[in-house]
Design a protein around this ligand. Structure first.
Ligand code: GLN
Length: 500
């Protein structure tokens, strides 16, 4: 091979085809990915851990298939594609830290199902990605290992909590990454980093082996530069898993099928009242309206709906999410996992001090909020109310989806903010997820697609496409139509500056 492989110009199908055709080997592709991480991750800090041994072992298995005569039809669908995983997903041979001191030295003893399915599809694992501690946050500043930087402007946040997953794809350090989304943690960083990012329907993807945040909301999903790669990743990770009782049995679907069929006759609505919410940047609002016009020009039936209860989403989420998190985090007690103080006086002292030392400030805030909301005297006032709000939000969506196939909002109210700008004010940080949270509360699917750079900020803007339960192929098709029309250049400055 004479020229180095530039992964940022190659999508997953092209990488696989080039390996099948013998243009380069999977090992060379893995090497190119690792070199790119070496060159860029000092500035971006997307990775908590880089895994060359795992990468080469996986790549060599693909190269052995090619050497044995396997052609394009026989190789697995993601053969040789460099990928990486949010650091709350277990992978044997790595630490799974959740970017927390309490799990800093925790070594995976089994594989997360979604991770295993990516590897079974032939993907090559380059490492584990930075995140907000235990996925609590919208900026990746809550990582115990320092923030991730946005490749579009390294003084800015990549969004969160899957900031590492979004930044790694944006900077071309991996073709596909996985993240987890409890209230927006896939779509929000996807929007801020200018990549495609999807939260599948609740139950589509097994969460087995992904450290739980809020079990009634959590869902694993992919990041990539193109809609087609997101569809390919979904093909790999979806489906029933006997290890996760919430994963659903559905007939197998190929999400790439019909991807280019366009939106003629599709019923698409702007969520008008959510667009009028306070705090939405004018450039963001304008771009959402412009995209609705584009859909109309492409032949979709475009209308407007209201989701009047969506305004309660944030409040309901910040009761339900922390309530479930406080329960899920009870297992980190210094006995069974992670950090343990050395000189404990008794078992209570050991629990209390191990947790106080191991958890960062946002995790402690969530545990306190959650245990308070669940305490006997307040249960009806907070948790009970939040569950009722969740129900009326679900009904709003049901009404909207009776008339429309796809609903549109911005993914985030603003483009990427400066590192440090919101970290002292948790409430303003929580507002970053105002558009994404209702989707998790209703358990439906949502996707963020980059639609351009803001006229004022010069930074990526994401459009959120929402579909009803199991309507992934519909929102993928709508996203693909826009992608083909817009031809947004996903290459961020940190890559251009490298001359890569
Ligand atoms: N930003 C939201 C939170 O802090 C959502 C996080 C997530 O989806 N994991 O809880």
């Amino acid at each position: 091979m004479s020229t180095p492989i530039d992964l940022s110009t190659l999508d997953a199908p092209r990488i696989r085809a080039a390996i099948a055709a013998g243009e380069f080997t999977a090992r060379e592709a893995a090497q190119a990915g690792l070199e790119r991480i070496e060159a860029l991750d000092g500035a971006v800090h997307a990775f908590n851990q880089v895994t060359p041994d795992l990468a080469f072992a996986a790549a060599d298995r693909i190269d052995a298939l090619v050497a044995g005569g396997a052609g394009a039809d026989e190789l697995p669908p993601l053969a040789g594609v460099p990928v990486a995983f949010k650091d709350n997903m277990n992978l044997i041979g790595t630490n799974t830290t959740c970017s927390s001191r309490i799990l800093e030295n925790y070594q995976s003893v089994y594989d997360c199902t979604a991770v295993a399915r990516m590897l079974d599809a032939g993907a090559v694992p380059l490492g584990k990605l930075n995140m907000d501690e235990f996925a609590f946050g919208s900026s990746t500043e809550n990582s115990a290992f320092g923030p991730t930087h946005n490749p579009w402007d390294t003084d800015r946040v990549p969004g969160g909590s899957s900031g590492g997953s979004a930044a790694a794809v944006s900077a071309g350090m991996a073709a596909i990454t996985l993240g987890s989304d409890t209230g927006g943690s896939i779509r929000q960083p996807g929007a801020l980093c200018g990549v495609v990012a999807m939260k599948p329907t609740y139950g589509r993807v097994s969460r087995y082996g992904c450290v739980a945040f809020a079990s009634s909301l959590d869902q694993i999903g992919p990041f990539s530069k193109t809609v087609e790669e997101t569809a390919l990743a979904l093909n790999a990770i979806c489906g029933k898993d006997s290890m996760d009782a919430t994963s659903v049995t559905r007939p197998a679907e190929d999400f790439t099928e019909g991807l280019n069929d366009g939106v003629k006759g599709m019923r698409i609505a702007i969520v008008r009242d959510m667009l009028e919410m306070e705090g939405v940047a004018p450039e963001v609002k304008a771009s959402t309206l412009a995209m609705a016009e584009k859909y109309a020009a492409m032949g979709a039936e475009v209308g407007e709906v209201d989701l009047p209860s969506a305004q309660y989403g944030l409040s309901a989420y910040y009761i339900i999410g922390p309530a479930e998190a406080s329960s899920n985090l009870a297992r980190f007690d210094g006995i069974r996992y992670g950090h343990r103080v050395k000189d404990a006086e008794d078992v209570i002292d050991l629990y209390m001090r191990s947790r106080a030392e191991g958890f960062g400030p946002e995790s402690i805030r969530r545990i306190m909020l959650g245990t308070y909301a669940l305490s006997a005297g307040y249960y009806d006032a907070y948790y009970g109310q939040a569950q009722k709000a969740r129900t009326i939000i679900i009904r709003d969506f049901e009404r909207a989806f009776a008339d429309y196939d796809v609903l549109l909002t911005p993914t985030t109210p603003t483009t990427a903010f400066k590192i440090g700008e919101k970290s002292a004010d948790p409430l303003s940080m929580y507002l970053s997820d105002i558009y994404t949270i209702p989707v998790n509360l209703a358990g439906i699917c949502g996707l963020s697609i980059p639609v351009g750079l803001g006229a004022d900020s010069g930074l990526p803007i994401g459009l959120q496409l929402m579909g009803t339960h199991f309507a992934e192929s519909t929102i993928l098709r709508a996203a693909r139509a826009l992608e083909a029309d817009l031809k947004f250049d996903t290459t961020p400055p940190v890559v251009r500056n490298l001359g890569a």
